[in-house]
Design a protein around this ligand. Structure first.
Ligand SMILES: *Cc1c(COP(=O)(O)O)cnc(C)c1O
Length: 399
């Protein structure tokens, strides 16, 4: 009798009771809009921004309606204009090229390495050939490239780096928080990320001009002085008449839900990493499964795990997906020709100029992906890994 896993790969933890209580209070007050505050009163959203800035170590933070909005806002605040090329990873997800397209930019995709990070050699080539002045660096599935080398390269070429930290909130490179290397960083609090408000996001930066523009872009009207994790009033004077309002604010209800989650994030990261290490250890021993090595400089948040099946052909991958699904194990595959649910490929987005990334194609063809929600126990992960290993072995036996 084959063992079956009965857990749910899309079931997140409940909202902490403190968050539920705070949300009820906001609802009872009726003051859900972030600027609906009394004189001198700090709303939940402004408090959350202060706390998030302190957590990341950035002087400025802005809470927004989504991670994708935060990216578009950062690009627009940097001055990306219609027709401008914007470099980004070939291995990413739909909101990333989507944010580039939202400001009229042209996504220029850069190859990915077997470590699932941006290929610095290809980046150097494409900085030259594209003439792009902005790199939207996606730390896809939490894999962080050599940030020291990347920043040296981009600084030398005068390329501004916007970090997409949707999967690295709480991660770090060489002890520096993910998001603190580039000009700006964007985070998501969509349900499947590291904090859950249904939808939501953050933008952080050290650049007062960029933050002043972002605050006004987000829809602050002339109420920007109510932001405390923001630059002084002078920074706004220079930009307030020329920056359009493209509303994408966070509201106090979501902020109330997020504040206790932020306080709890370090503990959650430890829980994720415990699950990740069990999955990694288990998959390490499976024949034909190639684990992604994690560099020492990288502090990870193991909310998902990826592995490569370089010897598998398309038919074998389909067989594995079906066999695992039949036993309750939900694997995702980044090599599929058609985008499925949340999973897509750089060539799925036909609004971007057609591009060829042969090295990325080869890696994505064997790239498997699995969520590790915190509702799983380490025992659950052991069983999941046993099922994957069994089914991989089964397919190899037939071949
Ligand atoms: C989730 C995600 C985002 C932002 O998504 P929103 O749903 O807009 O919050 C950006 N980049 C990546 C890689 C993501 O997975």
């Amino acid at each position: 009798m084959k063992k079956i896993f009965a857990g749910n790969f899309t079931q997140q933890d409940p909202i902490p009771e403190a968050g539920i209580a705070a949300a009820l209070e906001v609802m009872r007050s009726g003051r859900l809009h972030r600027y609906n505050t009394g004189p001198g009163e700090m709303g939940e959203t402004a408090l959350l921004e202060e706390e998030f800035a302190a957590y990341i170590g950035a002087p400025y933070a802005l809470a927004l309606a989504s991670g994708g909005y935060a990216i578009g806002c950062a690009l627009r605040a940097l001055g990306v204009a219609p027709g401008d090329p914007v470099l980004t990873n070939g291995f990413t997800l739909a909101p990333v090229p989507g944010a580039i397209a939202s400001v009229g930019g042209l996504p220029i995709f850069v190859e990915v390495t077997e470590q699932l990070v941006i290929d610095l050699e290809d980046l150097a080539d494409k900085i030259t050939t594209s003439g792009a002045k902005v790199l939207l660096l996606s730390h896809m599935r939490g894999h962080i490239c050599d940030m020291d080398q990347l920043m040296a390269m981009c600084d030398a070429a005068d390329v501004a780096v916007v970090e997409d930290c949707a999967h690295t909130m709480g991660g770090a490179w060489n002890g520096v928080a993910s998001g603190q290397h580039g000009r700006a960083a964007c985070y998501s609090t969509q349900t499947y990320k590291h904090m859950n408000s249904g939808e939501g996001g953050f933008l952080t930066t050290k650049d007062p001009d960029l933050m002043a523009r972002a605050v006004i872009l987000s829809g602050s009207y002339m109420l920007y002085e109510r932001h405390s994790a923001a630059p002084p009033t002078e920074a706004f004077e220079a930009v307030k008449y020329v920056t359009p309002n493209v509303s994408g604010r966070m509201d106090n209800l979501r902020a109330a839900i997020l504040r206790p989650q932020l306080a709890d994030l370090p503990r959650q990261i430890d829980r994720w990493n415990a699950l990740y290490r069990v999955a990694e250890d288990g998959l390490q021993t499976a024949n034909s499964v190639q684990i992604i090595p994690r560099p020492k400089a990288e502090s990870i948040v193991g909310s998902s795990i990826q592995f490569l099946l370089p010897d598998f052909d398309v038919a074998q991958i389909h067989k594995l997906l079906a066999a695992c699904a039949a036993r309750g194990v939900e694997l995702k595959w980044f090599g599929g020709a058609e985008p499925v649910a949340f999973t897509s490929r750089y060539d799925s987005w036909r609004y971007a100029p057609a591009q060829s990334l042969p090295r990325t194609d080869k890696i994505l063809a064997g790239l498997m992906d699995m969520r590790l929600p915190l509702t799983f126990s380490t025992e659950d992960v052991r069983l999941i890994v046993e099922i994957i290993s069994d089914e991989v072995a089964e397919i190899l036996k037939v071949a």
